[in-house]
Structure formats: C-alpha cells, structure tokens
Design a protein around this ligand. Structure first.
Ligand SMILES: Cc1ncc(COP(=O)(O)O)c(C=O)c1O
Length: 353
C-alpha cells in the first residue's frame, strides 16, 4: 500500500529512521558493556520490542504491570523491570502471577512497598527481584544514600524478595555521586547489587561516564520527538514517529488547520524558550509554528511559510512527546519511503494499571 492511501490522522513510524536509532543506541551500549533494557512505554508495540531484543537488548522496562503483561503475553518475556512501587492487593496478585512467567524485578522506595511485596510473594512461594529507587530529582525514590541502604537491608532480609540493587532516573553524569555513595553503603553492609540501572534517552551517550551502571533504560530513542530534535540526539530523519495529517482549513492568510489535534498529537507542548511553545514539527513546512490545538484541530501559524500549505495537503508532524502520542492511537503504519510495510497495533495502549 502507498502511504497516500492511509486516511488521516494516522500514526506513522518511518522504518529507516527507527532501524537507524535501534542500531546506533544498541551499538553504543554494546561497545561500553552496558545492558540495554529499552523502556517500551514509548511505543507500546510488540513488533518494535521484538526488534529491540533481536538487536541485543537483554530485557525490557515496563512502567506498569499492564504493559508488562501485554509484553510477556506477546513473547517479550526474557527479563522485565517495572520501575514502579507496586501497592495494593489487586496489583500484588498480578505481580505474583507475572513472577511465574518471566525474570521480574520491581522498584521500591518505602518499607510499605517492600513489606507488601514480601507478604504477597512469600505467601505464594515465589521470589521477585527488588531494587531500590534513588530520587535524583525526577519523581519517586529515596532521598538519601543512607535511606537507600536501610531499605536495601530490609529487602535483603525478607522472604519472597531477591534483592538486586538500585535504579535512578534520569542518570546524566552529575547524578553519579548519589549512586556511588549508595553502592558504598551497600558494600559496607555486604549487600549485593547486580543491578545498577540508569535511564533516559538524553543521558544515553554519556552513560559510560557512570561505570557503576550495569544496565540502561532508554525509552524514546527508537523514535525521538521534538525535544530530541532540539538537543540534537535525533535528526529530522531519525525522528521516526510522525502523525500524518491533512490541512483541512485556511481560515486566514496566516493560519492553517490540521485534522490532528490533541487527540492525535497528545497535549504535550515543547518550548526551547524562544516562543510560547509548539505541539509538533511539521516536516514539509518547517517554518510553520504548531501553536495550539483543540481535540481534533491543530492550529498552525504559517506566516513564515513560502510556499504556503493548501487545503488538502498532507503533512507529517513529529510529535513533542512520543509516549503519550502513541497512546492516542490504536495502530501505527510502518512505512519505508512511501510504502506501508505493515500496520502494527499499539498493543499496550491504555495499560495504565
Ligand atoms: C523509570 C524510567 N526509566 C526510563 C525512562 C526512559 O526515559 P526516556 O523516555 O528519556 O528514554 C523513563 C521515562 O520516563 C522512566 O520513567
């Protein structure tokens, strides 16, 4: 099928760009002896996860149990990390079930989480891997190395838990001291740490500057987004995720309306500080400013464009944040040049539990 036969708006993944990204990140991590554990929350797609494993990823990261269940059901079952506190009866039941189907590790940052996991897994007669999350500024995690070591000792002492180490997010080189200090305390207590897990696409190519890292969780690297264009980890060609859209209206000489609004692009906004922010980069009209959207209308300021977009033109828009963008779509078209090679489901779409 030709790409022109796709109705719009439609999520598209450019296979040349995707494969280029999968290869260059895998090559880097292999060269530095750091295990790549891609975060599948970006694409949520079994086909892409299998491509990552085939290139050398030793396992995957899933933010939620539901994503992990989808991946394991689809045969991506080698080694799964859920970097999230698992709390509550319903989830602990599912955690126990998943533990029987893959080598599973989960993160914890409190005694409540650790004791809850231990009670559930030991009752079921299984062990699950636990790592302690260090708060390096992003979200959850323990605030000090001392607290990390305390929780590590607790996890190591309890039944049903195989204590495996630590994680942090994100891990640019400046976050190394927190990791080093925590590992020194674990060593002093004789606690093992076979997993020291770093993460985030922007910090990928400096991860060799934290030699303590045994593995790395990169999520957005296969497809990039507007942020990656701006920080130059990805070129336009390497920004492989696009929303194919149609110009449906030209209300004024300076405005063009796309049939892709927040329900196609996601509501994410990117600003490099030079303007009020953008909701996407229009490949065919790079001077267009995607300055806002309602659910089904994307608003472009096209005053800087020459030639001007016309009603009926089809354009490819690089989203700001690929993860919520993929989550807006049931399927993606995998394209090479102008040929659609496959239609892939966004298998783990909506798996927020
Ligand atoms: C825990 C964790 N690890 C890794 C990642 C991947 O980061 P990126 O999307 O920058 O590759 C994320 C993304 O939010 C994350 O939450």
């Amino acid at each position: 099928m030709n790409i022109d036969e796709l109705d719009t708006p439609h999520l598209v993944v450019d296979l040349d760009g995707l494969e280029d990204n999968l290869d260059r990140y895998q090559t880097y991590f292999s060269k530095h002896g750091i295990g790549l554990r891609p975060h599948i929350k970006t694409h949520k797609c079994l086909a892409i996860a299998h491509m990552q494993i085939a290139r050398g990823a030793f396992g995957i990261t899933c933010q939620k149990l539901g994503e992990a269940e989808v991946m394991v059901n689809g045969g991506v079952d080698q080694d799964v990390l859920i970097p999230f506190n698992i709390i509550g009866e319903q989830k602990l039941r599912r955690l126990v079930a998943l533990t029987k189907r893959t080598r599973l590790t989960v993160a914890a940052d409190s005694e409540t989480t650790i004791r809850g996991i231990s009670a559930a897994t030991s009752k079921a007669g299984v062990d699950v891997g636990v790592i302690i999350e260090l708060d390096v500024g992003a979200r959850a995690g323990v605030e000090t190395p001392e607290l990390g070591a305390e929780l590590a000792a607790l996890a190591h002492s309890l039944p049903g838990i195989d204590f495996r180490g630590v994680m942090a997010m994100p891990t640019p080189p400046e976050n190394r001291p927190f990791i080093q200090q925590t590992l020194a305390l674990l060593d002093a207590r004789g606690l093992p740490h076979p997993i020291v897990s770093g993460g985030s696409t922007p910090a990928s190519f400096t991860s060799h500057e934290i030699p303590e890292l045994t593995e790395f969780r990169a999520g957005e690297y296969p497809v990039g987004g507007m942020k990656h264009l701006s920080i130059k980890t990805h070129t336009v060609a390497q920004c492989a995720a696009r929303v194919l859209a149609t110009v449906v209206s030209r209300p004024t000489a300076t405005r063009a309306i796309l049939d892709a609004g927040s329900k196609s692009m996601s509501a994410a906004i990117f600003s490099d500080g030079s303007d009020s922010g953008s909701m996407g980069h229009v490949v065919e009209f790079p001077e267009a400013h995607f300055n806002g959207a309602s659910e089904e209308h994307g608003n472009l300021d096209v005053s800087g464009c020459d030639p001007q977009p016309q009603i009926g033109d089809r354009v490819q828009v690089i989203p700001v944040h690929p993860c919520p963008c993929f989550n807006e779509h049931d399927v993606m078209a995998a394209v090479r040049g102008d040929q659609v090679e496959a239609i892939w489901p966004v298998h783990a779409r909506g798996m927020i539990r």
